[in-house]
Design a protein around this ligand. Structure first.
Ligand SMILES: *[C@@H]1O[C@H](CO)[C@@H](O)[C@H](O)[C@H]1NC(C)=O
Ligand SMILES: *[C@@H]1O[C@H](CO)[C@@H](O)[C@H](O)[C@H]1NC(C)=O
Ligand SMILES: *[C@@H]1O[C@H](CO)[C@@H](O)[C@H](O)[C@H]1NC(C)=O
Ligand SMILES: *[C@@H]1O[C@H](CO)[C@@H](O)[C@H](O)[C@H]1NC(C)=O
Ligand SMILES: *[C@@H]1O[C@H](CO)[C@@H](O)[C@H](O)[C@H]1NC(C)=O
Ligand SMILES: *[C@@H]1O[C@H](CO)[C@@H](O)[C@H](O)[C@H]1NC(C)=O
Ligand SMILES: *[C@@H]1O[C@H](CO)[C@@H](O)[C@H](O)[C@H]1NC(C)=O
Ligand SMILES: [Zn+2]
Length: 488
């Protein structure tokens, strides 16, 4: 008996679009949210959601904290009058939020409070405002932006704007860290030791200013690539197929830049130092925690994926690609340099030939085959589509039968597309979604697919690329129990 599957998908169309507000208050920073990729089309800007978030690998700290010596000076904004007194933040959330958005905002505040609790004592306290003169107001405006630190207006309110698309827990937490006094990690004075910035590709150079040490205190903490305050590799770029920030090569291709799942250990330490609390990172909520069912960032291969029969042996197949491809991507979504999973008919045909076999014009040397010289320039690739398939292992949903599949997709070319199927011991094979009608998508987009089988069940996923002239790339694949990471 087949279990009934109800699915739908949400395209997280990403865009970390800069909400550029003109202001001359030096501490007001236009913050965008995202770790992700922006659409190059102007038309998309209006609906831009800054919610594309870079997931974090649970329990994979970049730094071993025991090795870090923490001096007793503070991080973040130095000016003490811009810290919240005693870590107490009276707040109001405007009335015009839908209930789900309000619940997400409160969950974000609560998670910060819980994460930074220090030895059983609250370090930061968000309390509903009663009569306090100064307070945090969370406002449903446009975009996601906040001042740095305690910076009230004439009415006494410190206003954090969380417009539609910003009501995602990780984005809420990012904005509230600005309000508590923190800049983006890549604004640190020492940032050029750790990352490269492609200034040609920066949309608004102000977002990448290094802040003078007289303003920002690096706190003696190590540069935190995985901070909730770090941008993703492709955020805030002009041309969205090129990364803006990449780690220095010596830090490796497997590093991640930024995430919006939760506070890092170093994020928590910084808050505790700024607000004079003993360091205690023993109870931070870890990203996806035990919700994770399956994960692959393709940094070290295909994880537990297996290739379909038709795609083994010679001929086009999915490959882990660790360098630029002719039409993009130039790098994976995790940090702009990292490997990703790639399928292309042309690329495979070209790369399977040795240099002796192919002239600079792409002409195969006739001595290597019986037939006459064969042109394999992309324009002359044979018109027969090929299908390449990759299978997940057999996975198990949460007890309620729900799961969410998330991955980043980069499709290039007019006639290649991707189908995602699900099947299982008690599940008829069925298509969950086709990614087909994008003619030339030249940037990474994150998608989520909800799966609801009604009851706990096993399932297997199948990613099928149909290749004619274009290419299909995948990266940062997650399957989690329950709700989707960003859409819910
Ligand atoms: C610190 O912030 C207060 C309040 O905004 C401001 O009046 C003061 O000039 C600032 N001090 C410095 C050194 O920037
Ligand atoms: C920087 O970005 C531009 C696009 O804005 C691109 O043409 C250039 O190749 C990039 N440079 C590097 C080193 O990636
Ligand atoms: C930081 O500001 C101080 C004082 O204005 C100045 O002397 C110093 O050169 C600045 N440092 C940098 C790195 O810009
Ligand atoms: C993936 O493979 C690893 C090592 O072979 C194994 O420990 C893990 O349980 C597998 N995960 C799944 C979801 O099958
Ligand atoms: C691959 O081929 C083998 C032998 O022909 C068959 O038993 C197996 O079911 C096939 N697997 C897939 C995923 O099609
Ligand atoms: C990445 O590519 C280089 C050559 O371009 C190769 O030497 C290296 O082994 C590859 N690394 C991985 C992890 O595949
Ligand atoms: C084709 O093969 C011949 C003989 O092996 C060689 O001399 C010639 O350079 C090759 N041509 C190309 C285009 O590689
Ligand atoms: Zn920000």
């Amino acid at each position: 008996m087949a279990v009934n599957v109800f699915t739908y998908t949400s395209g997280l169309v990403l865009l970390a679009l800069l909400v550029v507000s003109v202001t001359c208050r030096p501490t007001l920073e236009d913050t965008h949210q995202g770790v992700g990729i922006s659409s190059p089309e102007k038309a998309n800007v209006a609906q831009a959601r800054s919610d594309s978030v870079q997931p974090k690998v649970p329990d994979r700290p970049v730094f071993i904290l025991g090795d870090v010596e923490i001096p007793l000076h503070r991080n973040a904004i130095r000016n003490k009058s811009m810290h919240w007194k005693d870590g107490i933040v009276p707040f109001v959330v405007d009335n015009d939020y839908p209930d789900t958005a309000r619940a997400t905002i409160l969950a974000g505040l609560h998670e910060i409070e819980a994460d930074v609790e220090s030895q059983g004592t609250k370090c930061i306290q968000f309390i509903p405002r009663t009569t306090e003169q100064n307070y945090l107001r969370i406002k449903r405006g446009t975009g996601c932006h906040s001042p740095i630190g305690f910076d009230p207006g004439e009415d006494g309110a410190v206003v954090s704007t969380l417009g539609p698309g910003c009501e995602i827990k990780g984005i809420v937490m990012h904005e509230i860290l600005h309000v508590l006094g923190f800049y983006h990690e890549q604004n640190r004075p020492d940032r050029d030791l750790y990352v490269d910035i492609n200034e040609t590709n920066v949309a608004v150079i102000r977002d990448f200013y290094i802040r003078n040490e007289t303003i920002i205190d690096t706190m003696g903490t190590p540069y935190d690539f995985e901070s909730i305050m770090h941008y993703g590799a492709y955020d805030a770029g002009k041309v969205h197929r090129y990364p803006v920030i990449t780690p220095k090569p010596k830090y490796g291709k497997t590093l991640r830049l930024g995430q919006r799942l939760g506070l890092s250990d170093i994020d928590v330490m910084k808050i505790q130092m700024l607000y004079h609390c003993p360091i205690d990172t023993s109870h931070i909520q870890r990203g996806l925690g035990d919700r994770l069912i399956d994960y692959c960032d393709f940094a070290f291969g295909m994880c537990n994926f297996s290739l379909g029969n038709a795609t083994t042996g010679s001929g086009p197949t999915w490959v882990v690609q660790n360098e630029s491809t002719p039409d993009g991507p130039v790098g994976g979504i995790s940090n702009g340099l990292d490997p990703f999973l790639f399928a292309s008919k042309e690329w495979d045909e070209l790369s399977s030939l040795t240099t002796e076999d192919v002239s600079p014009q792409g002409i195969r040397n006739s001595t290597t085959t019986d037939s006459a010289a064969t042109t394999i320039a992309p324009s002359a690739i044979s018109k027969t589509p090929v299908t390449v398939t990759i299978y997940s292992p057999l996975l198990t949903s949460g007890d309620d039968g729900r799961a969410c599949i998330q991955f980043a997709l980069f499709q290039y070319g007019p006639s290649s597309y991707l189908d995602v199927f699900v099947s299982g011991p008690l599940l008829q094979r069925q298509r969950l979604r086709t990614f087909g009608d994008v003619s030339r998508m030249e940037f990474w987009v994150r998608y989520e697919i909800k799966l609801d089988m009604g009851t706990k069940a096993e399932f297997q996923l199948e990613f099928v690329a149909y290749l004619l002239e274009g290419t299909v790339s995948l990266d940062d694949y997650y399957v989690v129990k329950g709700n989707c990471i960003y859409a819910d």
